[in-house]
Design a protein around this ligand. Structure first.
Ligand code: AQP
Length: 341
């Protein structure tokens, strides 16, 4: 049984993904990729590059092949080992879109209408938003359920989509009176599950923010990291001493959370260490920490990107592995539905 008391089926399998939309940032790393690494030694892991999701926004529809290799390089540079984990590009496996259609038939429109990411991304132009953006969470459910995944490590922004995925899996299982799909558990861990913009602590750090100053990219140079952290918004109040002092200070809380996640110290310890000092000291130490972690990743990404044939071979092997499992599961799903074969 799982924590939620639901019977566990599936292979103890971990699944997650990132869109190939360029500029992977500290939020993607701390909220997602960093947390994937530890699973590799104990569970079967599948890490996807979700290009079908990327094309839901017109501005992301270019350089998908280069950006896919960039994400693969970022995975490997962050510690994902192709020998232990399956790394592949979503559009290489037809099962994702096939299952998305099937699951869409088990998803009431009312459930999709509650999705806040669609509301945020479509904005006032809802009528002109593409159907793909609206049904994005159904495709995400298909990504996860196609492999009968049990655990999905993601950032906090994906929590609602994961809850929907669980509802969709249960809706299918109930309708066909089966326990075929596991009910996947979201894994949202670490002290930086939602990294915020360096310029506005109420906004999520995001690739699509027009200001590059709002985020630390995994490919930023030491100099860029230093400048961005030094310019990151703070305030004129003293360094906080306890959690109570963080109230209404989202920018400070964000920087402390980043320090905590990168340096692996509790936020309480950080506040004790810096109380009474000014933000300059804290920011200098934060820069050193970030540079020691991110620069290594950044250098490794550059090295990997200079060997495209290596990256292509990882993605081709990964697609073969993913396809084997996808075909097996799709055949069983078709039998459950009683499609003519
Ligand atoms: N700011 C964040 N803090 C913590 N985790 C984050 N993630 C994204 N932003 C943060 C996590 O990264 C994984 C992959 O995300 P994605 O590439 O699929 O796209 P996203 O969540 O839409 O990321 P962006 O940067 O905000 O992209 P745009 O600007 O294109 O919408 C997910 O696990 C996500 O939770």
């Amino acid at each position: 049984m799982t924590e939620s008391g639901i019977k566990k089926v599936g292979n103890d399998l971990v699944f997650s993904g990132v869109q190939p939309t360029g500029n992977l940032h500290l939020g993607n790393y701390l909220g997602a990729i960093k947390n994937w690494v530890d699973f590799q030694n104990s569970k079967k892991c599948i890490f996807c590059i979700v290009d079908l999701h990327a094309i839901t926004a017109s501005e992301n529809r270019s350089k998908l092949d280069d950006f896919s290799r960039e994400v693969a390089a970022a995975y490997i540079a962050s510690g994902i080992e192709p020998k232990k984990s399956t790394i592949f590009v979503q559009s290489n496996i037809t099962g994702h879109s096939e299952l998305a259609w099937i699951l869409g038939c088990h998803t009431p429109i009312g459930w999709l209408n509650r999705m806040t990411q669609f509301k945020d991304k479509a904005g006032k132009n809802k009528e002109k938003a593409p159907l793909g953006l609206y049904s994005y969470p159904v495709l995400m459910a298909a990504d996860i359920l196609l492999y009968k995944s049990n655990f999905v490590p993601v950032g906090d922004d994906q929590k609602q989509h994961l809850e929907l995925c669980r509802d969709i899996a249960q809706s299918f299982n109930r309708f066909y009176n089966t326990d075929f799909f596991p009910i996947p558990e979201p894994i949202i861990t670490g002290s930086a599950t939602r990294v915020m913009s360096l310029k506005d602590g109420k906004k999520k750090m995001s690739k699509s923010d027009p200001s590059d100053q709002s985020r630390i990219n995994l490919t930023d140079s030491e100099d860029q990291i230093r400048k961005k952290v030094q310019k990151a918004k703070t305030d004129s109040m003293p360094f906080p001493e306890s959690k109570n002092d963080l109230e209404n200070r989202p920018e400070i809380e964000n920087l402390i959370n980043i320090y905590s996640a990168i340096g692996e110290h509790s936020s309480e310890k950080i506040m004790q260490d810096y109380k009474g000092k000014d933000f300059k000291n804290f920011k200098e130490d934060l820069c050193d920490l970030l540079i020691s972690k991110i620069s290594k990743i950044s250098m490794e990404i550059k090295k990997l990107l200079s060997d495209q044939s290596y990256l292509n071979s990882i993605l081709s092997d990964g697609a073969k592995e993913a396809n084997e499992l996808s075909e097996k599961n799709m055949n069983e799903i078709k039998k459950i539905i009683k499609f003519y074969t």
